[in-house]
Design a protein around this ligand. Structure first.
Ligand code: GSH
Length: 206
């Protein structure tokens, strides 16, 4: 069975676990990283030299980088529309997946660390406000796209929704000022109604 090494409250592990659940792949997830530790051992670093989670182990094949793992599972076990049949649609999935990392993840990380992992006394509220402002500009781009699309690629949920979908839970759950982005909210509400998303993504922020 495919193993996923990584703690369930990691957003990057969540991308992988949500994907696996949507496409019906049974995986054996093991608690590594964060409070569980185990990601600084010689054995773990031999698999993933970054000492980060997640890491996939499929027989003698090892893969790290959450979005590479999402693509690997989707291509090996998923079917259209989740793993789109057309090269162009797969390109569009990658576009949104990579856009999330490049444009939204930095600001989302600042907010998460400041609001969830930093004590009230030590919090840099100016940094939170700046990150929320920067992220809102990016979420507005997605909101505009979702004006005419139910999901990122149109009418069907695909692997391209995964990274932004995981981040959307955090965006709507953290104590920040959010502009009204109705299409984004409608898309996120539709994700939040899915069993696999509830089980793997909508976990307490810790
Ligand atoms: N680019 C990597 C980033 C992985 C990453 O930053 N993982 C974090 C958790 S979200 C981590 O391993 N932190 C250390 C730990 O959990 O101990 C990916 O997408 O897989």
């Amino acid at each position: 069975m495919i193993k996923i090494l990584g703690r369930p409250n990691s957003v990057n592990v969540q991308k992988v676990m949500w994907t696996a659940a949507e496409i019906g792949v049974n995986v054996d997830r093991q608690d590594i990283g964060g409070a569980f530790g185990g990601n600084d051992t010689e054995d773990y670093l031999a698999k993933n030299p970054n000492g980060q989670v997640p890491t996939l182990v499929d027989g003698d094949f090892v893969l790290w980088e959450s979005q590479a793992i999402v693509r690997y599972l989707s291509e090996s076990h998923g079917a259209a529309p989740w793993y789109p049949a057309s090269l162009k649609d797969r390109g569009l999935c990658s576009q949104w997946m990579d856009w999330y990392i490049a444009n939204l993840h930095p600001a989302m990380t600042v907010m998460f660390w400041q609001l969830i992992r930093t004590s009230d006394a030590d919090r840099n509220n100016a940094a939170v406000a700046t990150a929320a402002f920067d992220a809102a500009k990016e979420w507005a781009i997605l909101d505009k796209h979702l004006e005419n699309n139910v999901y990122l690629l149109g009418d069907e949920l695909t692997m391209g929704d995964v990274p932004l979908g995981c981040a959307a839970y955090r965006w709507h759950s953290m104590d920040i000022e959010r502009p009204d982005l109705p299409n984004l909210k409608r898309w996120w509400d539709s994700l939040a109604a899915r069993d696999a998303y509830k089980k793997h993504v909508m976990l307490p922020l810790t």
